[in-house]
Design a protein around this ligand. Structure first.
Ligand code: COA
Length: 201
């Protein structure tokens, strides 16, 4: 951000808020990220290189969006969530607060993907819904329309084809409910009251 840029924004008679948005946009253009101007990014949120944030995305405060991650149009991400590198979130995904998404996760929204011929009806999108405090390990594939409950923990490399209840641990391909080792259970307890129930299923 150069002093010239700040002066230019202020000379345009912009309000403090508008000036901040303009400066943020300019800063984004100086890096290898791509953030659509209609996206709203909360204070303290960091978006790393090669990330793509599409139209009308809303990201809360103090989040982190990893390098090479694509956030689809209209997606909402709550405060303090961390989306790892190389993650794909389709349009209109809903991610709660304090959600951890490990690197390399792919969320999907088209159950029967194909090339559409001109005049074909558009596909029925089924974006994911991830509730507050969920943890999704690295390299997971989340199939269309899956709802992951609050505080659920998804083991690395899982293919999640069904909804995951709050506080439950699943893993595998397809992901199924599992007990966690005592050590991992202690690490993930983190104040989510229903977690123990899921851990012992
Ligand atoms: C699921 C997880 C929390 C470990 O759970 P745990 O119950 O403590 O598991 P343990 O390490 O005691 O392993 C128990 C068994 O489960 C298996 N296992 C562990 N994680 C697994 C996973 N993600 N998928 C399938 N099997 C798994 C282990 O191989 C082991 O099997 P074995 O007894 O036949 O050798 C952990 O493996 C995991 O996936 N963490 C997420 C890591 C990650 O993605 N981090 C992202 C930031 S880099």
């Amino acid at each position: 951000m150069t002093p010239e840029m700040i002066a230019a924004a202020q000379a345009g008679g912009l309000s403090a808020d508008e000036t901040r948005r303009v400066l943020e946009t300019l800063r984004n253009q100086q890096t290898t990220r791509h953030i659509e101007p209609s996206a709203v990014i909360g204070e303290g949120t960091r978006i790393w290189h090669f990330a793509v944030v599409l139209q009308e995305v809303r990201i809360g405060r103090d989040c982190s969006i990893g390098s090479g991650t694509e956030i689809g149009r209209g997606t909402m991400i709550g405060d303090r969530s961390r989306i790892g590198s190389q993650v794909f979130l389709p349009p209109n995904s809903i991610i709660g607060e304090d959600v951890f998404v490990g690197p390399g996760c792919t969320f999907t929204d088209d159950r029967h993907p194909k090339i559409h011929a001109p005049g074909d009806a558009p596909y029925t999108a089924e974006p994911p819904v991830i509730d507050d405090g969920a943890v999704i390990g690295a390299g997971c594939v989340i199939l269309p329309g899956v709802h992951i409950g609050a505080g659920a923990m998804i083991g690395a490399g899982s293919v999640v084809s069904r909804d995951v209840p709050a506080g439950v641990h699943v893993r595998g391909e397809p992901a199924r409910t599992h007990s966690l080792s005592h050590a991992s259970a202690v690490k993930f307890l983190g104040g989510v009251a229903t977690y123990t129930e899921g851990l012992t299923t």
